[in-house]
Write a protein that binds this ligand. Structure first.
Ligand SMILES: Cc1cc2nc3c(=O)[nH]c(=O)nc-3n(C[C@H](O)[C@H](O)[C@H](O)COP(=O)(O)OP(=O)(O)OC[C@H]3O[C@@H](n4cnc5c(N)ncnc54)[C@H](O)[C@@H]3O)c2cc1C
Length: 472
């Protein structure tokens, strides 16, 4: 049977009891519902199943699996590769599953598999608590956590996946399964970093941390000083307190940066030095960081955690065109620094940038085998983020990212963060997991033997034959 006929059958099998919305291309609201964050990825699912509850989700998965309908799963739709949608098949949309409950005395929360980071922050912050996650509030919590998840609190509290104590999910046969340290421990291990390979998470059980205000230092470093600044940042971070997180963006200065004219349209390093905790205690640390070399437009500002978490939202709007390549460095070598600074002078779009972050801290203290998440031993993360508006600029921006990546890749340590991978990097998925790969394949083969969940950084199951040969 053709895919279009199977989708028709899927629709009629679901339509009677489905409590959420089933949207076909001709339905009201389909157009909006079919768009994902990356404007480079325009796909047309034949059916969008916006599930209202777990029963809807089970029905959608069971029917699609039995009819062999290609299925995408979407929480926030931020997958750079566009895995939250597909052509011709079904997209499961979890946006109606955004319930969040907090137990303030236990410092824990439960939240639904469709939550955005902002949905979680709004409820947890009302109790002065925070879940460690990413830096843009319209990112989906599910994709971010399942891939690992890092942000402002990573050095103090660990990765997002390190702060999950239990998952509830619907697996490929439609069963509801719970995974924690005691129950289905193999799955619990795999879900913390292994992405969307094992089922659709409907509920996360999470550890929260007390966080109220923070102190943010911002500044710019001009072109002539960037290389020196990066070398000093490289020396500074290994001994920095866990409360201090320092992110850097290399890009070209814009009029909106309000810098003196000589900086305009020339490379700058924009600094974000954050202290999590008492601002008075943090001030000397942030000042020290910003004194390691010449900075302009220095500003220190206590702010609420919610303000911090939404500060970058406008820089990454839905529908713009994005392309990335990313990797880790054990230490940032002088030659790579030079290449990044030189390439910044040639950036083709004012929004395109090189993002640099240093992990370490609590994230690095979790033993390597404890979760499926890839490398924790190389603290420097570099993300080359192409960000532009017009299709005519695709080639210039993609080439810029690819050329710089090719130049600095030899100095990187093997490994990649799956959540920073573009759609043309399938071959890097084993690189992301390396010594964890076989264990992940075993868990995948157990919970999704037919690879129903394959629109992700895919871990293919062992084929049936191989499985039975191995078990003989
Ligand atoms: C603007 C922006 C900012 C970002 N900032 C950060 C950051 O600060 N830190 C960081 O670590 N990452 C960050 N990322 C990367 C982000 O973690 C990934 O893009 C992530 O995949 C987004 O998750 P999502 O749910 O929004 O995406 P989606 O496209 O909805 O899903 C991504 C993947 O997860 C799967 N999936 C989604 N929901 C579920 C579910 N409930 N159960 C099982 N599988 C599911 C999907 O099938 C897909 O394979 C950022 C991305 C963007 C676009």
């Amino acid at each position: 049977m053709l895919l279009s006929e199977r989708v028709k059958e899927l629709y009629s099998s679901l339509s009677e009891n489905f409590r959420g919305n089933l949207l076909k291309p001709e339905s009201d609201g389909y157009q909006e519902a079919s768009c994902i964050w990356n404007g480079m990825v325009a796909r047309t699912p034949a059916l969008i199943a916006r599930c209202a509850d777990v029963a809807d989700l089970q029905a959608a998965i069971r029917s699609a699996a039995s009819l062999d309908v290609l299925t995408a799963v979407r929480c926030g739709g931020h997958s750079l590769a566009g895995f939250g949608t597909c052509d011709g098949g079904m997209a499961i949309d979890l946006s109606r599953m955004r319930q969040v409950t907090v137990d303030a005395s236990a410092r824990s929360a439960r939240f639904g598999g469709g939550c955005l980071l902002g949905s979680v922050d709004a409820v947890t912050q009302a109790q002065g608590l925070a879940f460690p996650a990413g830096v843009v509030s319209h990112t989906g919590a599910s994709g971010l956590i399942l891939g690992g998840g890092f942000g402002w609190l990573t050095r103090l509290c660990g990765l997002s996946c390190d702060n999950i104590t239990g998952f509830r999910l619907v697996t490929a046969d439609g069963s509801v399964v719970h995974a924690d340290a005691k129950e289905n421990a193999d799955l619990f291990w795999a879900l913390r970093g292994g992405g969307g390979n094992f089922g659709v998470v409907t509920k996360f059980e999470a550890t929260l941390h007390p966080v109220s205000s923070v102190l943010l230092g911002t500044a710019f470093c001009g072109e002539a000083d960037i290389a020196l600044m990066l070398r000093r940042w490289r020396e500074f971070m290994p001994d920095a307190p866990d409360n201090l997180k320092w992110n850097i963006s290399l890009r070209c200065a814009q009029p909106s940066d309000n810098l003196p004219p000589k900086y305009l349209v020339r490379p700058v390093a924009q600094q974000f030095v954050l202290w999590v905790g008492d601002p008075d205690q943090g001030r000397p640390h942030v000042e020290r960081a910003l004194s390691i070399c010449r900075h302009v437009a220095v500003n220190l500002q206590p702010m609420s955690f919610l303000a911090l978490q939404t500060m970058a939202d406008h820089e990454f709007p839905h529908g713009r065109r994005y392309y990335t390549k990313s990797g880790y460095f054990r230490t940032l070598d002088d030659s790579s620094i030079k290449k990044m600074v030189e390439a910044t002078a040639e950036i083709p779009s004012p929004m395109t940038q090189v993002e640099l972050a240093y992990l370490g801290g609590a994230a690095a203290r979790i033993p390597a085998g404890e979760t499926a998440f890839g490398d924790r031993s190389s603290p420097f993360v570099v993300n080359l983020l192409g960000n532009w508006s017009r299709p005519a600029e695709d080639s210039a921006n993609i080439s810029w990212v690819q050329n710089l990546f090719a130049a600095i890749r030899p100095a990187m340590t093997p490994g990649v963060y799956i959540n920073f991978m573009s759609g043309d990097e399938d071959d890097r998925t084993p690189e992301a997991y390396r010594e964890r790969w076989d264990r992940l394949v075993a868990v995948k083969s157990k919970y999704d033997p037919n690879n129903f969940f394959r629109l992700n950084q895919n871990i293919p199951p062992k084929r049936e034959k191989e499985q039975s040969a191995n078990s003989r």
